[in-house]
Design a protein around this ligand. Structure first.
Ligand code: GDP
Length: 589
């Protein structure tokens, strides 16, 4: 199966033709602008008629703006027009119901229990990821099917869920029906969120809990449901509810009901032989927060989450609310009760995100339509697609230094031709195309000036948003599209420390050339450093980096060097104290 050539992929040709009829129309742009996202609450929907009057005026203004400037929301000259996010719901030419193969279902990773039309990316992604020869283990597949059954049996809409919420709201810390829950609290940018959801999911599988995502306002606009016959989105309690589920977004890193605070205050204790005693109150509470986010508030007691005895403690609590922006998976491998289970699920240790990311995340039809249309029109025809992801965290860092780092990396790794090859290779296929993703267009313009005349497939940037935005569904949809476009490239240059790049490299199974974080930015950045001295290095694996691991060995009662604990965990190149999973036999670099 090959969806990567210019002629179009599985099931997308019909959609593409229809798209051409609507493309670049200002009315389509305006329509997208105030198209109500599906995740809006009932209350919001009821308020829509009133809002529409205002929206119509704003939409009219948007049409004027669009007419004056095709890039009003940050589109590059060859950028991704808003109209690409329009999905008319028409099926493509390919109907997989008659022809689903193991390839479409990623060798058993995915269940066939979803219709094709409801989520095309689920069946089509494999066509863009054809080089992945990494098969999920039968044990992982069995665990996923068990998790799907649990999500269906205990998830929202079931009698078990209703009863569990009633108990939670009335303060009863009882587990009944075998249904326990893990709620992921969403915050930070999309890459962080995707890594944190993956971590939460794996923890839910390991502890036999139902995963629910308190996904912010736009989760349903970005991703299809991963579990058949149920939802993973946490139903919102009513406005006047006193449910703890109502207060999740107000957590902001502190609560007496968090594991760390309860251990600190002595409300719960774990003895040297691993016995758990609850004292205030003298029984497990109905819920606990887990604070696993780097930075302030993430100290010694919070990190005891990664101890076996503390996992026994958590097993007694029916609801856990997980606050994290991290990829904690390497830490789970170091947590004794999980190590054996994880080793059995993932014989290839460096394929955890590759499998779970492709299992969980399926862009919705509008996002997928934008991805595949843009891919076909800019990247598909080239033999070698080079993705360059530029993320600048430090405001003071001169753009010129970042650019120098990118260009030195591209030259040093010989990723692009240094002489003109505009004609492409002998068969006429353009040899290279470049995809640049960045919040700024400045880097794209400089790279285009440098390489535009030398790469026959051109230099492209889908959008330049200017700055990161919060609670903006359209912004997040573009970010998601770009992660997937990067994952369709053959070679990646990424910015260290950025979870945006981690997602792309993991989905794609591409070990990127990483432009390291230090000493180029953050507190380490100093005037006078030459970016050409350390432009980039090849990542040790495609796995994301866990930025804030615990070095505490619970059994030994002291800190250890995490680099030396097991052959499949190594320090990350881009984050000094971070760790990542690697193939145990791969050489260090
Ligand atoms: P990180 O902060 O680099 O680890 O990545 P995150 O994805 O967690 O947060 C950065 C957010 O900024 C993204 O989710 C986007 O909203 C936005 N962003 C950053 N870089 C880009 C980019 O290249 N393209 C687009 N469209 N958005 C970006």
């Amino acid at each position: 199966m090959d969806a990567t050539q210019g002629g179009g992929g599985v099931g997308v040709v019909g959609v593409a033709n229809k798209q051409q009829q609507t493309n670049s129309s200002t009315t389509t742009t305006a329509r997208w602008w105030w198209w109500p996202p599906r995740s809006r609450s009932l209350a919001t929907r009821r308020a829509l008629p009133a809002v529409c009057v205002v929206a119509a005026a704003v939409a009219a203004a948007a049409v004027v703006l669009t007419a004056n400037d095709g890039a009003w929301w940050g589109r590059s000259p060859d950028g991704m027009p808003a109209a690409l996010f329009f999905d008319d719901g028409a099926p493509g030419d390919w109907d997989p119901r008659s022809n689903i193969t193991a390839d479409h279902l990623l060798d058993g990773l995915l269940t066939a229990d979803f219709t094709y039309g409801s989520c095309r990316s689920r069946y089509e992604f494999a066509g863009y990821n054809k080089e992945s020869s990494h098969k999920p283990s039968p044990y992982l597949i069995a665990k996923l099917r068990m998790q799907e059954a649990l999500q269906k049996r205990c998830g929202p809409g079931t009698a078990a869920y209703k009863e569990a919420v009633r108990r939670l709201d009335s303060g009863e810390g009882v587990v009944d029906d075998g249904c326990r829950y893990l709620v992921y609290i969403s915050y930070r940018g999309l890459g962080n969120r995707m890594l944190a959801i993956t971590s939460s999911f794996l923890y839910a599988v390991l502890t036999e809990r139902v995963l629910l995502v308190d996904g912010g306002s736009d989760a349903a606009d970005l991703f299809c449901e991963p579990f058949p016959g149920t939802t993973w989105l946490l139903p919102r309690p009513g406005w006047f509810s006193f449910s703890p589920l109502r207060r999740l977004q107000g957590y902001l890193g502190g609560s007496k009901q968090s594991l760390g605070d309860m251990l600190r205050s002595g409300a719960v204790a774990v003895s040297a032989d691993g016995n758990v005693s609850w004292s205030a109150p003298p029984r497990p509470p109905p819920y606990l927060y887990l604070h696993l986010s780097g930075g302030s508030g993430y100290g010694f007691h919070e990190k005891l989450f990664f101890c076996g005895a503390h996992q026994r403690l958590l097993g007694e609590v029916p609801w856990l609310f997980m606050w994290t922006d991290n990829y904690i998976v390497p830490g789970l491998f170091l947590t004794p009760p999980f190590t054996g289970e994880l080793e059995a699920m993932f014989p290839e240790k460096d394929a955890v995100f590759h499998h779970l990311g492709r299992y969980l995340f399926h862009p919705t039809n509008p996002v997928w339509h934008a991805v595949t249309s843009y891919y076909r029109s800019t990247l598909a025809g080239s033999a070698q697609r080079v993705g360059v992801q530029i993320r600048v965290f430090h405001k003071e860092q001169p753009p010129q230094a970042v650019l120098e780092q990118v260009l030195s990396c591209v030259r040093g790794e010989r990723l692009l031709p240094e002489t003109t090859t505009a004609g492409g290779n002998a068969s006429g296929t353009p040899s290279h195309a470049v995809l640049v993703t960045s919040l700024s267009s400045w880097y794209y313009e400089r790279i285009r000036d440098e390489y535009g005349g030398r790469v026959a497939g051109g230099v492209h940037q889908p959008s330049h948003e200017g700055r990161q935005r919060w609670r903006d569904a359209a912004h997040d949809m573009r970010a998601l599209s770009e992660m997937y476009l990067l994952s369709m490239c053959d070679v990646l240059v990424t910015s260290g420390y950025s979870t945006f790049g981690y997602v792309a490299q993991g989905l794609a199974w591409r070990r990127p050339c990483v432009m390291p974080r230090a000493p180029m930015w953050s507190d380490d950045w100093r005037e006078g450093l030459d970016p050409r001295d350390m432009p980039c290095r090849r990542a040790a694996s495609v796995e994301p980096c866990f930025h804030s691991p615990s070095a505490y060995d619970c059994a030994a009662g002291r800190d250890v060097d995490l680099d030396k604990v097991t052959p499949y965990i190594r320090r990350c190149v881009d984050v000094k104290c971070g760790i990542k999973l690697v193939n145990a036999s791969s050489s260090q670099w």
